[in-house]
Write a protein that binds this ligand. Structure first.
Ligand code: SF4
Length: 577
């Protein structure tokens, strides 16, 4: 395999052989290893010493089901620690089929006003001046790039908010219909990408299959994974995710009293039904021309959790996810589905992470900038972010910054990253994940919601602390491995309950890499990735005090269960022992 190294200081591009040490790695394993090895932990995230690594998973570009994830790794401008965020997109599949396991972007152009585009085709890899796309919204940019380079190209790009170098921004990848709707969203990876002077990377469409060393073993593994995904109630065709999207969780979490509402002041939202997956499915059924449930973010996904929501005017919005409905909806006291969908599309266009934006607006609402429920006011704030006005820059920098500016004590963040859509005072395992993951508060880092709320992969009482550190650690380690395979994290639902599915995933990886891993080895690989990331954070200056919940969660009981965060700090620290 090869990788592409792009030096933005001298504008050079090199195609290099992948050193032996990294040969079997992919996705998060590869991004976190390169960042840990090549980036000084104490460097400024927006400076020339930081790097941005983009890596498809081990199985990306093959016919393994739901395996088209692409990881973006860097030192995070939001947390100051190591970061990996991933998205499902054809971009990574093409890259892998072309024989590239990563793109490493380093340095910084002398002229900070210049913009560049990296064009990757089968014939050559070249950096091209791209000043004409400066501060362009991503829907327009993707249209222009598809018109110039071909309608099926893969695109990675950053919006105006990232060009303003705001820490609440992500990297957008185009979906099958060329919409910039698939986000490596969290941790400010968009700002790190933009700080390199890059506006976009375009990769030529490539059909076929990435290199596989053992076709027979690959087929055996692929079929086992596919069978598990097609059998499990959550992932199967017409299953929960395929029918209602991730938004199937809105009503479930509301009923559990764990849907954070109005800046984490309550666990239930009276408007939940209006912003639920069921409500979106009803709208999509009424307008199938503009709406669609079961959309797939990349070719080869067999789960299809993505939603194209049609608003009352018949405009399509892709993809309206649970986290977005919660962040901009319940957490801001907004129950207008059309307004949330509009803001979702605006965030995609501007380049903002919808979770961080929703957390930031909710904190601003608590700080008195606008009232809870004010959808029009929130939309106006997005326009401020697009323009890069001072207020927009504050909002686009995330909820921790907003909390400081507006003197708000109730800021739901860990390591400066805003919490996602699950109340940790009520669901303790996900709380351990938010608090201890090297990523900053992140549900995907160790999704213990599966056994704590959904009864998948075992059953745990969400309200108790017992066993939750081990539960979170096991989920975090396994997730590190899954994030390295290129498989969507939602495959975890099936492989947790159907062991042959996990065996199949590991066998398919062995077939691609020539390794001989067992499922236990996969866990150990995941644990080592986690330790590498933790070590980077320690070298960056983090201490055990960064693995702590926000103070208000220990002091303020959250209704309706009236629970506080009551796990001892020493118990949290035991995760690293
Ligand atoms: S399950 Fe959803 S997020 Fe995962 S790969 Fe498929 S469409 Fe994308």
């Amino acid at each position: 395999m090869k990788w592409i190294r792009v030096n933005m200081s001298d504008l050079s591009v090199k195609v290099e052989d992948v050193p032996k040490k990294y040969e079997q790695m992919g996705g998060r394993w590869l991004t976190s290893s390169i960042i840990a090895d090549e980036v000084p932990a104490t460097c400024h995230p927006l400076g020339p010493l930081n790097k941005v690594v983009i890596a498809p998973g081990i199985l990306s570009g093959t016919t393994a089901p739901s395996s088209g994830r692409i990881s973006v790794g860097t030192k995070s401008p939001l947390t100051g620690g190591i970061k990996e965020a991933n998205a499902g997109a054809k971009f990574g599949q093409y890259l892998k089929r072309m024989g590239y396991s990563a793109i490493i972007v380093e340095g910084q152009p002398k002229n900070k006003e210049s913009r560049y585009l990296l064009n990757i085709s089968k014939e050559k890899v070249e950096l091209i001046g791209a000043d004409e796309y400066k501060f362009m919204g991503l829907y327009e940019l993707n249209e222009k790039l598809a018109a110039k380079y071909g309608k099926d190209v893969g695109i990675a790009c950053v919006g105006p908010a990232a060009e303003h170098l705001l820490a609440g921004t992500g990297v957008a990848f185009n979906d099958v219909e060329n919409r910039p709707a698939r986000y490596a969203g969290r941790g400010g990876v968009g700002a790190a990408f933009a700080s390199k002077g890059l506006k976009a990377i375009v990769v030529e469409a490539v059909t076929g299959q990435a290199t596989i060393l053992n076709n027979e073993l690959f087929e055996t593994g692929r079929k086992k994974l596919l069978a598990a995904l097609q059998e499990h109630a959550v992932t199967k065709p017409k299953g929960a995710l395929n029918t209602y999207g991730t938004a199937v969780l809105v009503n479930i979490l509301n009923e559990a009293g764990a849907l954070p509402t109005r800046n984490f002041s309550s666990g239930t939202f009276e408007g939940a039904k209006k912003i639920s997956g069921e409500a979106m499915a009803e709208a999509a059924a009424k307008n199938p021309q503009a709406g669609m449930m079961g959309h797939r973010c990349h070719p080869g996904c067999v789960i299809g959790c993505s939603v194209v929501y049609p608003d009352a005017q018949g405009k399509s919005h892709t993809s309206v996810e649970y986290e977005t409905l919660w962040a901009i909806g319940a957490n801001c006291g907004i129950d207008d589905l059309d307004a949330i969908a509009q803001m979702n599309t605006m965030c995609n266009d501007i380049g903002l992470d919808t979770i961080e934006f929703g957390d930031a607006v909710a904190v601003a609402m608590e700080g008195g900038l606008l009232p809870f429920g004010d959808a029009k006011g929130a939309i106006a704030l997005l326009e401020e972010v697009r323009k890069g006005n001072p207020l927009g820059k504050i909002i686009g920098s995330g909820c921790s910054t907003v909390g400081k500016v507006f003197g708000v004590r109730r800021v739901p963040a860990v390591k400066n990253q805003g919490m996602p859509a699950y109340e940790p005072r009520v669901i303790k395992g996900i709380g351990v994940t938010y608090i201890t993951t090297p990523m900053g508060a992140d549900h995907t880092a160790g999704y213990s919601i599966a056994p704590e709320i959904l009864g998948v992969g075992g059953k745990f009482d969400p309200h108790t602390n017992e066993g939750k550190v081990k539960l979170s650690k096991d989920f975090q380690a396994t997730t590190c491995f899954i994030d390295s395979t290129g498989c969507c994290v939602f495959t975890a639902f099936a492989i947790l309950d159907i062991p042959s599915g996990f065996e199949g995933m590991v066998e398919a990886c062995n077939a691609v890499t020539g390794a001989n891993w067992t499922t236990s080895d996969a866990y150990e690989i995941g644990l080592n990735i986690l330790k590498t990331e933790h070590q980077f954070n320690l070298a960056a200056g983090f201490t055990a005090n960064d693995d702590r919940p926000p103070e208000f969660m220990k002091l303020e009981p959250v209704p309706p269960h009236n629970m506080v965060w009551d796990m001892a700090d020493s118990e949290l620290d035991s995760i690293w022992k």
